[in-house]
Design a protein around this ligand. Structure first.
Ligand code: SF4
Ligand code: SF4
Length: 367
């Protein structure tokens, strides 16, 4: 299987340390050195991460400093507002290769399939061409869509060699993310999986003491992140579990328990289940994502996604991740601060949520 006999921790280059606007390259080099010194080899970036600075950091901290065959690089082809023809895609690929300083990538992914664009633009044909040319050793895709769409993509495109999925213990049964269903579909098609967001963008690292009590009772020294990453890495058929590491301390923590990786014990699984239960008890805004409110909003605010970002703050006490979620929520529509308090949404909300007040709070807390 692809990724067999490879250490399962992957270094995600999406949240690198910065000094001002620039990547803190000296710190990234130390992080890479520690990671490599322990025999880990998988690095993940994307054309769009940090406006291209992530790919460049990978070149400067890794590619220029280590033999090419000692590591594997994954990067991704974006399909949003970046062109529709093979010529357009080729420019994106060439830019990635140039920024990375490599002649080929080991894993090349269509970035975030969640609609039909990949079919419209015939992207899989393009990807197959790259593989035939040797520019990409293995081709796959990252995925944020529904289980039904995943089933469709995998049924129609056997050329996809692997799939990158959002999997973490708290979203395993979450109907919006559907980690379990997506994982099972990938496995049923015999595709190995790269796991992203095992710590839910850092949210499962910052649990309150009360929520994380079952972890502390079991092992006072083990970090919250260690349970989350080991949970993901305990699944079968995994190429790598990506951790978007931002500090040397995070690399130290991750490599310590992934160096001599052990699957979660039954006792540890029970602790994870208890933490999931504790998380369910934390009071959040009771939006069911029914979307009844969305169409009538004159400011095109994606109300359920804004509320979901607010819930990240309430539940995990994780402001950076909540802000990141708000960024996704407002990418194609209005911001919470655009709300004019017309209350059109409140008239149709079956949960009778005070949406205009929530938008004001979201503007103050997250913008
Ligand atoms: S109250 Fe705000 S969020 Fe609700 S419909 Fe009006 S503008 Fe949109
Ligand atoms: S109508 Fe209410 S419950 Fe439904 S998505 Fe909008 S805010 Fe959430």
């Amino acid at each position: 299987m692809l990724g067999e006999n490879v250490k399962k921790l992957g270094f995600g280059f999406m949240r690198l340390p910065h000094i001002g606007e620039e990547t803190d390259l000296e710190q990234v080099k130390k992080m890479v050195d520690l990671f490599m010194s322990k025999g880990f080899t998988y690095f993940d970036t994307a054309y769009v991460y940090d406006g291209g600075k992530s790919e460049e950091a990978l070149r400067d901290a890794l590619v220029k400093r280590y033999p090419r065959e000692s590591f594997t690089v994954a990067t991704k082809l974006p399909l949003w507002n970046t062109g529709t023809t093979f010529e357009d895609f080729r420019k994106l690929t060439d830019t990635s290769l140039e920024r990375l300083g490599v002649d080929y990538v080991d894993f090349y992914l269509i970035h975030n399939i969640n609609d039909n664009k990949y079919e419209e633009y015939n992207v899989w044909e393009y990807m197959k061409g790259l593989k035939a040319e040797g520019k990409a050793k293995h081709i796959g895709f990252s995925f944020h869509g529904t289980p039904e769409l995943l089933e469709k993509v995998l049924s129609e495109h056997d050329e996809a060699e692997f799939v990158q999925l959002q999997i973490n213990y708290n979203d395993w049964e979450n109907p919006d993310i559907a980690s379990r269903r997506c994982y099972e579909i990938a496995r049923a098609h015999g595709k190995p999986v790269v796991i992203m967001e095992p710590v839910k963008g850092g949210a499962l690292a910052t649990l309150s003491d009360e929520v994380a009590a079952p972890f502390r009772a079991l092992d006072p020294k083990a970090s919250n992140a260690s349970f989350a990453i080991r949970y993901a890495a305990s699944l079968d058929g995994i190429i790598a579990v990506l951790s978007g590491m931002s500090t040397l301390a995070q690399v130290e923590d991750n490599v310590a328990y992934m160096d001599d990786f052990k699957k979660l014990s039954e006792e540890e699984r029970r602790a994870v289940a208890a933490v999931v239960e504790n998380l369910q008890k934390v009071r959040t805004i009771g939006c069911t994502s029914c979307k009844y409110c969305v169409e009538g909003c004159p400011m095109q605010i994606n109300i359920p996604r804004v509320i979901s970002a607010m819930n990240v703050k309430l539940k995990y006490n994780n402001l950076p991740d909540a802000k990141r979620q708000l960024g996704f929520a407002t990418r194609d529509g209005g911001k919470p601060s655009d709300c004019i308090a017309c209350q059109a949404c409140e008239g149709v909300c079956p949960q009778h949520l005070p949406i205009s007040k929530i938008m004001a709070e979201a503007a103050e807390t997250l913008e």
